[in-house]
Design a protein around this ligand. Sequence first.
Ligand code: ZN
Length: 310
Amino acid sequence: MAEFRPGDPEQTAFLQELLDARLLIDSGIPGVYGRGEGFERVRSAFDARVTAAAAADEPERLAFPPVLPRRQIEEIGYLKSFPHLAGTIFSFEGDEEQAAAQEATAERHEDWSEFQTQTDLCLTPAACYPVYPAIAARGKLAPGGLMVDAGGSYVFRREPSGDPARLQMFHQREIVRIGEPATVAAWRDAWRDRSIELLRSVGLDASFDVASDPFFGRSGRLLARSQKAQALKFEVLVQIAGPEPTAVASFNYHQDHFSSTYGLEMDAPDPTAHTACLGFGLERITLALLRTHGLDSDEWPGEVREELGL
Ligand code: ZN
């Protein structure tokens, strides 16, 4: 069982307020909630705000389901970096006798995993992952590369927690840039400023910091240190509930990690292609807005409502 991290008193109280206001709907599993109408109205409005902000760059819009071929998880090294977060999909492939035994075990709510076989699918852990092989399959990239608006797909991370801002399944709004190293670095710097402006325009007190991923184990701590030293990951932080501000958006500069895995190349004398992505955590931003402006979006300041088209 993944370790459950209880929320601190402020987070527990905020979660209860959200459930009482029917903004979130309890499933009985920490970090897995249904969303009420008031919540979805705000989430969709911010989603549309990101689409509008990205439109100036004329990105190509792609959309993928929240499952990923297992092979991709294996190829990109996810199981080395984040084995503790991955969600794999198993299904039943047995005969009638085994089906009956499985049902009997399940009826008692005991472990029925012995009747299950691993499939060729995993739950998508990051909304940008399907983009890289899809673009690589087209062949070499024209000079300048391209920007992909990968939409707001559901992603899964096995992190049961009592903090309403730490969900096991949430929408990650991803924008991806693929191109020459200098092009990608310039894109990331420009979007770092734009994302802070975007969040401030809806009344959130956003700040920015160099960060690292929660890599697994001892070798993971080394990876995290080197990621931080090279400033490969940035986060945009907003105070939601609890002692520390929460990351509501993150920028990851992967350098040639995905390009070398999938053979992404520029159609140029120097074929080196780099990738970077920007992901907005839509539920976290929605929670930050509800925490900052109040649980009823009809009562929010006029300029915030106008900015979000509410
Ligand atoms: Zn990404």
